[in-house]
Design a protein around this ligand. Structure first.
Ligand code: HAS
Length: 577
């Protein structure tokens, strides 16, 4: 086999990168279930087991969408670099990276658990969090940069030693992903270091809400591709081989990762379509580019479908669709195939919903409704989450030298998750699209009790549908935790301290052209498009900031709750005159 032996420090770092986020995920999943119960009114109280609604939602979002994904991306990136380049990681950068990520995460976790950072994963101002939350997030991000900086010399030395070889596709994808991550997270670094942190420390008064939001989405949209690209690396370099076939086109994979470098950042304003401070023309530009970012995913859909069809035909399929049934759906030894294919099937629905959001007029209907969490659970909670779960247990078993336990349960996790997620997202999407069910509410749907109008009755049905789906998803997650921790506590049976990934050959292994040998042309193109697309929104955000917003500390009474509502009748005809 091609396995690569790793040294002790790399082993320890990798094990922490895999076990720590899965342990924390238990809290993230628990708070996910609580959200569905709050929203449906099954739990009436505003605070359950000491965790308040917004606090729980923040824990859920930050742990699942930021901590798990970032630790995983770094761990998978480390394994890709070691395995495909056959090089050892630099001890100093490796230890510095994990230390910063751990310290940062613990700081943010303490702030959230103590109820001092209930600002959700988007941490929009003027909601203010404890400084430890912002500083913790910044440290965790810097930790992931350090890992990236450590890979660059490894890659360059490999290039020097192998001038005629193509960069392995997984390495090409991994470095593309971290290039996106680095450029995107520069804006959140500015947001935190120049605005949020000094403001929460009391060094500056008031905050420009529009500017901080715009800086957030400069980071926040490419963030979703930072989550997605490791799953794409799996689809291109692991899945076809696991299915018994080959990757249809190696070049398609390279084009896809390169296109994400130029298209994933300059589109963040599609999260701000409903914000009047940004002019329509800029929103239109971001909307057009958003449709553009679907192109690499559509390319992926056709390339991977062709690769899987090839695998099915190699297994003896005859007719038009017979290849689908010939794939190893229920082979416990090929569990990575199950995690991958189920994620892809979910993404057909998740991606289609993204295209709905990208259209300005449709966005006006779905923005801030249950439709949006419906969409993102079908993306980050579908292909991304399942790729993470599958690869974490796979990598763990190799590094620790342990056999995966309860193999049948492991195989069934993605299928249970699929059923739960389909029901869950249908509830949210239907509630949002048809009945205007709000995306977030700090009273659950407890205002169901207050009236009896039709809307409220409809919300009951859709929120209860969401609860049903959420319970099945929780069962799938519990099955996964069982498999994972049973494996962690089992005895070592193989040689440990090795990294190994399944390898997929390419069916069309096209000659590599210059543009796919280095990232410079893609980075230059990205910088130009970003400058064009963000000059307007950022100037708008600065110019249209009428006055700095006052602070709002979550958990304190809102300005509305303080004031008496003005019931004076306003004579509109006076304005007309
Ligand atoms: Fe999104 C909001 C548009 C993709 C995540 N998105 C969000 C939010 C999150 C998120 C977290 O334009 C909420 C943020 C918040 O808190 O407010 N999104 C898109 C578009 C895409 C897209 C156009 N999103 C993602 C991905 C995410 C993600 C990926 C996470 C990983 N999204 C939006 C917009 C909003 C938004 C607006 C703002 C909404 C608002 O108003 O707030 C595209 O990238 C999607 C392209 C994908 C496809 C699908 C391709 C299908 C594939 C599967 C093929 C299947 C095979 C299997 C091969 C076109 C690749 C075949 C096998 C057989 C056996 C048959």
């Amino acid at each position: 086999m091609n396995a690569v032996k790793i040294n002790k420090s790399t082993k320890i770092v990798l094990l922490i990168e895999l076990i720590f986020p899965i342990a924390l995920l238990t809290l993230g999943i628990y708070n996910g279930l609580l959200q569905t119960l709050y929203r449906s009114g099954v739990i009436k109280s505003n605070s359950f087991l000491g965790i308040e609604y917004y606090q729980g939602l923040t824990l859920h979002g930050v742990i699942n969408a930021i901590v798990l994904t970032t630790f995983f991306a770094v761990a998978f990136g480390n394994v890709i670099m070691v395995f495909h380049l056959k090089k050892q990681l630099n001890k100093f950068t490796n230890i510095l990276s994990i230390s910063l990520m751990l310290i940062g995460t613990l700081m943010a976790a303490l702030a959230m658990l103590s109820g001092k950072a209930s600002v959700l994963y988007t941490f929009y101002a003027p909601l203010m969090a404890h400084p430890a939350f912002y500083l913790g997030l910044a440290l965790a991000v810097v930790g992931s940069w350090v890992a990236f900086f450590g890979w660059i010399p490894l890659y360059l030395s490999w290039r020097k030693e192998n001038p005629d070889k193509k960069t392995p596709l997984a390495v090409w994808g991994n470095l593309a992903n971290f290039t996106i991550w680095f450029f995107a997270s520069l804006s959140v670094a500015v947001e935190i270091l120049f605005f949020l942190l000094p403001w929460s420390l009391g060094w500056i008064e008031g905050i420009n809400v529009e500017l901080t939001r715009t800086l957030f989405w400069f980071f926040g949209h490419p963030l979703v591709y930072f989550w997605l690209l490791p799953a794409y690396i799996m689809y291109y370099t692991i899945l076809p081989g696991e299915a018994g076939g080959k990757l249809y086109s190696d070049k398609a994979g390279r084009i896809v990762f390169a296109l994400f470098i130029i298209l994933s950042i300059p589109i963040g304003t599609h999260h701000q379509f409903m914000e009047p401070a940004i002019e329509q023309g800029y929103k239109l530009f971001h909307s057009i580019l958003t449709f553009g970012v679907a192109i690499p995913s559509l390319l992926t859909a056709f390339t991977i479908a062709a690769s899987l069809e090839y695998a099915g035909r190699k297994r003896g399929a005859k007719g038009l669709f017979d290849w689908m049934w010939k794939l190893p759906w229920f082979n416990a030894d090929k569990f990575l195939f199950a995690y991958g294919i189920v994620g892809l099937l979910i993404f057909i629905r998740g991606g289609a919903g993204g295209l709905v959001n990208a259209s300005y007029s449709l966005n006006a209907t779905v923005h801030n409704t249950g439709w949006i969490p419906g969409h993102f659970h079908l993306t980050v909670g579908g292909p991304v989450f399942l790729a993470i779960l599958g690869l974490v247990i796979y990598m763990y078993s190799k590094i620790a030298g342990k056999e995966i336990q309860w193999k049948s349960a492991n195989l069934m996790v993605p299928y249970f998750w699929f059923v739960g997620l389909m029901i869950f997202s249908t509830g949210l999407k239907m509630g949002g699209l048809e009945f205007g069910e709000p995306r977030r509410t700090n009273m659950g749907m407890s205002y169901l009790d207050t009236g009896g109008s039709n809307f409220e009755a409809f919300w009951l049905f859709t929120t209860l549908t969401t609860v049903m789906g959420g319970i099945i998803m929780t069962i799938a997650a519990l099955m996964y935790f069982g498999v994972f921790f049973k494996t962690v506590f089992s005895k070592k049976v193989y040689e440990d301290s090795i990294v190994e990934l399944p390898v997929t050959e390419a069916y069309h292994d096209e000659e590599n052209i210059g543009a796919f040998r280095n990232y410079t042309p893609w980075v230059i193109a990205a910088v130009i498009i970003i400058a064009i697309s963000y000059y307007g929104p950022i100037s708008n955000a600065i110019e249209n900031n009428v006055k700095a917003s006052p602070t709002y500390l979550p958990g304190t009474p809102t300005p509305l709750e303080h004031s008496t509502v003005n019931t004076e009748t306003i004579d509109l005809t006076q304005d007309a005159q």
